[in-house]
Ligand binder design. Structure first.
Ligand code: NDP
Length: 410
């Protein structure tokens, strides 16, 4: 057993050895030929590229709304790697919906949290807002962009109020609970002549960009099928998961939260929009986590080119975030596909497996800088509100297909 572990470690060490891009390993596990030197596919990475960081006074000022798990653990630390974006304001407190549910003393606790984070990130105390005085952010010229990282059911309200305050908006996925909310968000941004971008980080992440390039350039042959699976166990003890079990705050269950990554992957890998959808939903009877939202959704999408995508999402199976693209010449495996770091991309051909060594980049910094750059250049961001609307529309059709048992024409 030790010997097999040792040889596995040696194999993996070789696979990850710095300086080599592609190493071929036969499907039976022996080391094959080195195919190519490093970094070819990383060049498919998004802007900003080699340009230097702007001086602080030239960077756009961002306000983060909702200081929860994702904001504090991923987004706020990533400003340190941004070249065009800086954190200048925080919005935290007790929102109108929560106010009915919690005691007033929570207001003081939220203020303490915001002050602690403001100090940690060098944000001026005067730039701490709550959900009640949020609209006065319009009078703060330091804030150019507002990043909404609230429970899904609050995205529309705070994006619209932010746009009405004259600020550009970055909004987390899923864009909102309903198609109508998404349309209202797009209309509000348009009316205020502000940009609206949905934070689809995978579309700025180098491994996913490489997968898109490989799939769409014909390097896998003709695309035939895609599978993508996103699942984890919903944990009622985690405060970040409590609102996810609440339909009003979450909009939906596993599909809205993580199945959306499978849906996105099928769309960005093909570069097409699905024409037909079929689906099934199953939630474990009696499991209190699934009183309001669904546990498992399996759905099939048919694309115009004939590609069939088979996707699953679950709040009940162990952590999975993977993508497979089946071409007539090769199969691409990205696993994990949509993690924060440490992705793995393997191309499987008849006799070889090739692992692609791509330079990891901070996808959160890349996506934030993309919006800042789009604002500076007055360009439409790559993932605008319309992209978020399309996913919400398709997820509603997935629910309809499951409910009716029919294949839905899009
Ligand atoms: P959290 O619950 O950890 O954070 C949400 C924060 O919103 C809370 O901490 C709170 O901040 C604020 N809030 C305001 N009103 C409420 C309310 N009624 N109930 C609960 N929180 C409220 O969730 P996450 O950080 O995990 O998710 C936030 C958003 O980010 C979601 O839209 C999610 O889909 C998205 N997300 C995206 C990820 C990605 O990879 N792109 C990964 C994880 C999440 P405060 O106390 O400061 O007011």
């Amino acid at each position: 057993m030790f010997d097999s572990l040792k040889s596995e470690l040696t194999r993996r060490t070789l696979l990850y050895k710095a300086g080599f891009g592609l190493i071929a390993v036969s499907t039976f596990g022996t080391i094959g030929t080195i195919l190519k030197p490093t970094r070819t596919l990383a060049q498919a990475g998004p802007a900003p590229t080699k340009e230097p960081s702007l001086p602080p006074e030239k960077k756009l000022g961002w306000a983060v709304v909702g200081l929860g798990k994702f904001a504090t653990e991923q987004i706020m630390p990533s400003f340190g790697e941004c070249k065009r974006s800086k954190l200048v304001a925080l919005v935290s407190g007790v929102d109108a919906f929560a106010e009915r549910l919690v005691e007033k003393r929570l207001v003081a606790r939220h203020r303490t949290k915001a002050e602690r984070l403001a100090q940690q990130y060098g944000v001026n105390r005067k730039n701490i807002y709550n959900y009640q005085n949020y609209d006065t952010i319009r009078d703060n010229p330091e804030v150019d962009v507002i990043y909404i990282i609230l429970p899904n059911g609050l995205h529309a309200e705070y994006s619209i109020r932010g746009a009405q305050a004259g600020k550009h908006i970055m909004c987390e996925k899923p864009m909102a609970n309903t198609v109508e909310e998404c349309q209202a968000m797009i209309a509000a941004a348009k009316k205020s002549d502000r940009k609206l971008m949905i934070a689809y980080r995978a579309q700025y992440e180098p491994y996913n960009l490489a997968a898109i390039e490989l799939a769409q350039s014909g390097k896998l042959g003709k695309l035939k099928a895609i599978t993508s699976d996103h699942g984890r166990n919903l944990d009622p003890k985690d405060p970040a998961d409590r609102w996810r079990a609440n339909k009003k705050l979450a909009g939906g269950g596993s599909l809205y939260d993580i199945g959306i990554y499978s849906l996105q992957a099928a769309r960005y890998i093909t570069g097409e929009e699905p024409q037909e959808i079929s689906a099934m939903i199953y939630s474990t009877p009696g499991d209190p986590r699934f009183r309001e939202v669904e546990e498992n959704v399996n759905f099939v999408l048919r694309f115009p080119s004939g590609v069939l995508a088979n996707c699953t999402s679950s709040y009940g199976y162990s952590d999975t975030k993977r993508l497979q693209v089946f071409g007539s010449d090769a199969v691409l495996e990205l696993d994990p596909a949509t993690d924060y770091y440490q992705h793995r991309l393997i191309i499987k051909r008849k006799d070889t497996n090739e692992e692609q060594n791509i330079q990891e980049k901070n996808q959160f910094a890349l996506e934030m800088d993309h919006l800042s750059e789009s604002i500076m250049a007055n360009k439409q961001p790559k993932t605008p509100g319309e992209e978020g609307l399309q996913d919400v529309r398709l997820m509603q059709l997935i629910y309809e297909a499951a409910r009716t048992g029919r294949t839905i024409k899009v």
